[in-house]
Design a protein around this ligand. Structure first.
Ligand SMILES: Cc1cc2nc3c(=O)[nH]c(=O)nc-3n(C[C@H](O)[C@H](O)[C@H](O)COP(=O)(O)O)c2cc1C
Length: 220
């Protein structure tokens, strides 16, 4: 893997990549990144996460099954809340993101084709890292899994690899559970695709963030 980057660059340059080169990443490199992610904090150091990495034939079978079931409605372990039920601020941010990503392409048809093609093919990555936590976990463990995921994604960026965490990859948990032999008493949280990015328009979009004043309050 490449040498380390400046930390601020790692944080600001990490962004979701949606079209990978499908260039294999070694088990040794993936293990090194996962070991770094294990440094994430967790409630009383409970470390509720388990990590399952799909590569090779196993990942290809998952991708093939997902293509076959593409028109089916997803049934992820964490329920998906209808957009209208989100807070008004978060709805505005989501609408803004959709608007911007569509306008990043030549026209709506191209945006639709590239975005849906990317998700149908699970972003063409040679590895997906699935995270689970024990079934019936406290919400604190979801927080901990999030810390693990972000540490993993930043560690990856630091070593020259890009990532995307996706609902798409965990929308059929029965497929992932069977392929990865995940026990029934674990909840599938997220799948993180990882690899080197293709030189493609879909990968050059950098999502914006709200002005910090909108989310920050100091009180002396
Ligand atoms: C829990 C979670 C699930 C996500 N699922 C998807 C997904 O299914 N498809 C997708 O294209 N992006 C997915 N994303 C990526 C977000 O769209 C992305 O993180 C957000 O737009 C901010 O952009 P950035 O990651 O490039 O900074 C997901 C992100 C998170 C945190």
């Amino acid at each position: 893997m490449e040498k380390n980057m400046d930390f601020t660059d790692v944080v600001t340059k990490r962004h979701s990549v949606r079209d990978f080169k499908d260039q294999p990443v070694t088990q040794k490199d993936l293990t090194e990144l996962i070991k770094l992610a294990q440094r994430a904090p967790s409630w009383v150091n409970s470390q509720p996460w388990k990590v399952y990495v799909a590569t090779g034939k196993t990942l290809q079978n998952i991708k093939d099954t997902y293509v076959q079931r593409n028109s089916e409605k997803g049934n992820p372990d964490f329920p998906v809340m209808h957009r209208d039920d989100w807070s008004s601020e978060t709805q505005i941010n989501m609408k803004q993101w959709r608007h911007e990503i569509v306008h990043h392409f030549e026209n709506f048809d191209e945006a639709h084709e590239k975005m849906s093609g990317a998700s149908t093919n699970l972003y063409h990555s040679p590895a997906i890292i699935f995270l689970t936590i024990p079934k019936g976990s406290s919400l604190w463990s979801v927080f901990d899994a999030g810390s693990f995921a972000q540490t993993l994604m930043l560690a990856s960026k630091d070593k020259g690899l890009d990532t995307i965490p996706t609902y798409t990859s965990v929308r059929f948990p029965d497929v992932i559970r069977q392929a990865m032999e995940i026990p029934d008493d674990e909840t599938l949280v997220i799948g993180i695709s990882i690899d080197y990015p293709k030189d493609a328009t879909i990968n050059t979009y950098q999502s914006k963030r709200e002005p910090v004043e909108n989310i920050l309050k100091f009180k002396d």
